[in-house]
Design a protein around this ligand. Structure first.
Ligand code: E4P
Length: 221
């Protein structure tokens, strides 16, 4: 399962890419707003220059023709952009138009298998089930990921699943076990994934044992 960062924060994206584990980014209007009053185009261009894989960039319009016009503008900002479009009737219409032109669409705000099936039929390259937000209303968000992955694989559909609205490391594990192609995760969750107290304890013990015998001599001459 590939990992994307769900953020518009340049420092966090740089760090994730430096670690060699982050290959894409998803943004949304809320995440961009967290960075203050920025120039959307410049920020997206900077993100695209840092990260190798797709950078999901959301349209703001609600009408299909306006979504298509926004998407056509957005994709001129960089080569590695996927356009994020909500799972609505207008969003499906826009997706089918854009997909015919080979433009990658990430169908976002997906909360049901029905929406995911339609996204795939319309030609979306990615579909993003929002796990945490379903959990928030007492539903089993991860079960939706399982259902979508099974559906797409049974019918051999090319659409990839991005497990989104990830809240904790257990979500990452479950998404991987479910067969999600990608999980888009907050920066904090990425840091939690690598952290383990036994790793810290182990490093200290190795250093203490070495130092007892070798003193402060390192490995390099
Ligand atoms: C996905 O692409 C969205 O940006 C994101 O995962 C939304 O998650 P939230 O529920 O944490 O806002």
């Amino acid at each position: 399962m590939r990992l994307f960062l769900d953020t518009a924060n340049l420092e966090h994206i740089r760090h994730g890419v430096e670690l060699g584990v982050v290959t894409g980014v998803t943004t949304n209007p809320s995440l961009v707003s967290k960075e203050g009053k920025v120039d959307y185009r410049s920020l997206v261009k900077e993100i695209c220059a840092i990260v190798p894989g797709p950078v999901s960039t959301e349209v703001l319009s609600l009408d299909a023709d306006a979504m298509v016009a926004e998407a056509r503008e957005i994709i001129t900002w960089a080569e590695n952009i996927a356009v994020k479009i909500p799972a609505t009737p207008q969003g499906l219409k826009a997706t089918s138009i854009l997909a015919r032109d080979g433009i990658r669409v990430n169908m976002t705000l997906c909360f049901s298998l029905n929406q995911a099936m339609l996204a795939s039929e319309a030609g979306a390259a990615y579909v993003s089930p929002f796990v945490g937000r379903l959990d928030d209303i007492g539903e089993d968000g991860m079960q939706l990921v399982v259902d979508i992955v099974n559906y797409l694989s049974y019918y051999n559909r090319p659409t990839q699943v991005i497990a989104a609205s990830i809240r904790h490391t257990a979500h990452c594990l479950s998404a991987a076990k479910a067969g999600a192609h990608i999980a888009t995760i907050p920066y904090g969750v990425l840091l939690q994934m690598v952290a383990h107290p036994l790793t810290e304890i182990g490093i200290k013990r190795f250093a203490d044992d070495w130092n007892k015998v070798m003193g402060t001599a390192g490995i390099l001459p």
